[in-house]
Design a protein around this ligand. Sequence first.
Ligand code: HQG
Length: 180
Amino acid sequence: MDTKIIKGISKLLSYILRHSPETIKLKLDENGWADVNELIAKFDLYDLTLDLELLQYVVENNDKKRFSFNEDKTKIRANQGHSISVELNLNETEPLEYLYHGTVEKVLSDIKTQGLQKMSRQHVHLSADKETANKVGGRRGKPVILIVNSGAMHRAGYKFYLSANNVWLTDVVPAEYIEF
Ligand code: HQG
């Protein structure tokens, strides 16, 4: 299958499952799960016919493992990145001593005063390594990497969660825990 088509399906799937299921009149449950058969029936990308085999291929080969099936593959959801309110029921996890956040210069002064905020998503997204943070920041321009003192935050009572695709999530990172 053409990689452009696979990427197109993945992008639309991200949009539907994280931000806007109503675009295809899809219902997600409170935990963000969509019914696989309903998704397949309603998925509409040019003339493409989505079937279970193709959907499985997209999920398994996704570069960031953005999606998961439930055990019997009757449901699918995005692992993180939602702007709509869903309860992912992630287990609280003790973070590494340092985590990283890739961003860009123009928002640094706001981050210095407000800390890292969720903005339009359900969590602040953090990476375990600088290389990943570099890619995240690079989506918006020349990347700037911030070092988050996640160990100190955790000892002060802040909660961290690790998504199924290894993205670290938290509610806020106050500026005093950030090394600029
Ligand atoms: C910035 C992608 C002003 C923040 C990535 C970021 C990630 C502030 C932007 C995932 C701020 C929000 C998430 C403040 C934070 N004032 N700007 N107080 N606090 N910001 O996209 O972390 O490919 O919601 O630095 O790889 O960039 O979609 O978050 O620049 O894992 O799977 O506000 O999305 O994954 O942007 O990216 P985003 P993010 P996918």
